[in-house]
Design a protein around this ligand. Structure first.
Ligand code: ZN
Ligand code: ZN
Length: 414
């Protein structure tokens, strides 16, 4: 998400959690003095035990080290360490893990590069003036009245309800999931004090939600990881947060502890569903200094049916790969907004036409368009994505019954 990236302020999340982890590690190693170990670093499985200083004599230290380090490494390497209630899955094993080098995560495509900082700043400033101008209109989308009682009582039928932007309520096999939940009026630093404004209200009022079991987070940009919303969800439902590497520490620094973080290709079994963390082509960062430190991902939810959530992503070969390994999908939720200006957006955001192609690459039998019509953050006209989707459906002679652009609050069976 381009606009908020340039507005971000430093976050204290990862550093605080690392210090806490250091403290726990020091306690476990008894009299061994550990400094700067970063045992649970921003990318915990890629942990480094370098730079430790030991305050104990040789032989005893070696014995203690031989006994404890393998256990410690095992615990650190497993995304389910300390979670005996959750089982690891295997469905994503053929997917690649996320590339990590020079202190940051990277995309799969070695040729991937974003526009220069100067280009991005120039278009960001231009974008602000465009969005602020009186000719750039945002009109709230018409919303549907959700059948809250039906959603609460439903323990069987697969449904999907668009709340707005990338937030979906997905029901599958009796499990209620939310994707990238954002109920705030404003998104941005300081809990939205600065940031982009919502112009379409949430399709379901927060207080009308059925009990939420699982929350899927795709990445840490402000429009996908909304701090007031995740705090409220944790306080109300204590759901399991499934997040890409690095976001667990951020959540834990805010008192949210029911979190499992995964690398691409990892998966967990939750209440009869297997949920797979899968690649996306994007980036991350909530400030000018933490770019790429936390991973971005898409998610596949596999039960009696198969659901795919793309997060934010450019169009790339990962869709075909995921479709091959985990498809065919019964429903794919793909972003169709924030694709302009193309010089900046193309590597990290799809056009509506690319989103439809991605759906076909995924072998998805139904498509739902998200990431549009909700927040004032795109430079294209707010109602352009659905018009382009309609034109592309006609051009490609696709079955219009399989391409969904529901109203916020509207529930569809899938
Ligand atoms: Zn976004
Ligand atoms: Zn983003």
């Amino acid at each position: 998400m381009i606009l908020t990236e340039a507005m971000d302020v430093p976050s204290s999340g990862a550093g605080g959690a690392s210090r806490e982890a250091d403290h726990h590690a020091a306690a476990r190693l008894d009299r061994v003095v550990v400094t700067s170990c970063e045992l649970f670093s921003r990318a915990s499985p890629r942990v480094s035990l370098l730079q430790c200083q030991w305050g104990m004599k040789g032989s005893r230290l070696v014995r203690l080290g031989l006994l404890t380090l393998p256990m410690l490494l095992l615990a650190v390497a497993s995304p389910l360490a300390g979670r005996p209630d959750i089982e690891a899955g295997r469905l994503g094993a053929k997917l690649p893990r996320a590339p990590w080098r020079d202190g940051a995560f990277h995309n799969l495509d070695p040729a991937f590069h974003r526009a220069s900082n100067w280009t991005r700043l120039r278009f960001y400033l231009l974008g602000l003036t465009t969005i602020a101008s009186s000719t750039h209109k945002f009109v709230p989308l018409p919303t549907a009245v959700p059948d809250v009682e039906a959603l609460r009582k439903n323990h069987h039928a697969p449904t999907v309800t668009w709340v707005g932007h990338s937030t979906l309520l997905v029901q599958l096999d009796g499990v209620n999931l939310l994707t990238d939940p954002a109920w705030s009026e404003r998104l941005g630093p300081l809990s939205g004090t600065v940031g982009v404004h919502r112009f379409t209200p949430p399709g379901i009022a927060f207080e009308d939600l059925p009990p939420i079991d699982v929350v899927l987070i795709s990445h840490d940009h402000y429009d996908h990881l909304d701090e007031p919303t995740v705090r409220r969800l944790a306080g109300t439902f204590n759901p399991l947060f499934l997040v890409p590497l690095g976001i667990k520490a951020w959540l834990e620094a805010r008192g949210i502890s029911n979190v499992v973080e995964l690398d691409w290709s990892d998966s967990v079994k939750v209440r009869g569903l297997e949920i797979v963390c899968a690649p996306a082509q994007h980036g991350s960062g909530r400030s000018l200094t933490d770019g790429g430190r936390r991973l971005w991902a898409s998610w596949a939810v596999i039960g009696s049916k198969r659901f795919y959530f793309a997060g934010d992503t450019g169009y790339a070969s990962h869709f075909e790969m995921i479709g091959h390994v985990l498809g065919p999908f019964d429903l794919a939720a793909l972003p169709i907004g924030s694709y302009t200006p193309r010089i900046i957006a193309r590597p990290v955001h799809m056009s509506p036409e690319e989103a439809l192609q991605a759906s076909r690459d995924l072998r998805a039998s139904a498509f739902i368009g998200i990431h549009w019509g909700t927040f004032k953050l795109a430079r294209e006209p707010y109602d352009e994505p659905p018009r382009r989707i309609a034109a592309e459906v006609e051009r490609l002679q696709l079955d219009p019954r399989s391409v969904w652009l529901p109203k916020p609050g509207e529930t569809l069976d899938w």
